[in-house]
Design a protein around this ligand. Structure first.
Ligand code: SAM
Length: 211
């Protein structure tokens, strides 16, 4: 499958919906974010291995999560689980030069891989941090949006705290399969919407799974 066919399929099946998200999918080259030997599979609608037991998420999942996040131009967004850097690049396209993506990865080699991919693709508005993303990144908080791309046993408290009032968080919660949850912060309350079932690699770290 080529890029156009994949995007058209995601539009037809209503995983891609809004103009900004579709434009970002058209602009970002997924082949720049997969290992060399897998480049020919870049536009297959599947997750792909990126080493260290981790994956670049399936395009369908990236589409669903990005649409649910409702990212806007100029926003500051925190991503937990940088992986290849592909999701960060999609978000960087949408927030533009006045916005910023802070993304955290717990595998040093992957943080380096993503930094290299993002630099090559020309995204200067993404800050890659090597560390435990279950703690968030208080230094740059609050965030208008938070996206967690690994499965969490629960919603980590630091992330709730670092989300701006009125902000949106997308996070997969659960064990073998996970419910994708959309959280909207309204003062001291967190409104939850369930978006369906998915399967992610586990979130590790202090507020993740102890494995
Ligand atoms: N968003 C990525 C992309 O576009 O390629 C895909 C992410 S992959 C499904 C999940 C990532 O979360 C893995 O790279 C994994 O190492 C990372 N991860 C797991 N626990 C983490 C933690 N506590 N802090 C930061 N990253 C974590």
């Amino acid at each position: 499958m080529d890029k156009d066919s994949l995007i058209n399929e995601l539009i037809k099946t209503k995983h891609l919906k809004t103009r900004e998200v579709i434009q970002a999918f058209r602009k970002v080259k997924r082949e720049n974010f997969v290992p060399l030997d897998l480049k020919r599979y870049a536009y297959v609608n599947e997750p792909l291995p990126i080493g260290y037991g981790q994956t670049i998420s399936q395009p369908l999942t990236v589409a669903d999560m990005t649409e649910a996040l409702e990212p806007k131009r100029g926003q500051k967004i925190l991503e937990i689980g940088t992986g290849s850097g592909y999701q960060a690049a999609i978000l960087a396209e949408i927030v533009g030069k006045k916005g910023k993506i802070v993304t955290i990865e717990q595998v040093k080699e992957l943080a380096d891989f993503a930094s290299k991919n993002l630099k090559y693709a020309g995204y200067a508005n993404v800050k890659v941090i090597y560390g435990d993303g279950s703690l968030g990144y208080a230094k740059e908080s609050p965030y208008e949006r938070i996206i967690v791309t690994a499965a969490s046993p629960d919603v980590p408290e630091p992330l709730k705290k670092q989300l701006k009032d009125g902000g949106i968080m997308i996070i997969p919660v659960g064990y073998d399969v996970q419910e994708l949850v959309k959280i909207i912060k309204k003062g001291d309350t967190f409104e939850e919407h369930f978006l369906g079932w998915y399967r992610f690699v586990p979130l590790k770290g202090k507020h993740g799974f102890k494995i």
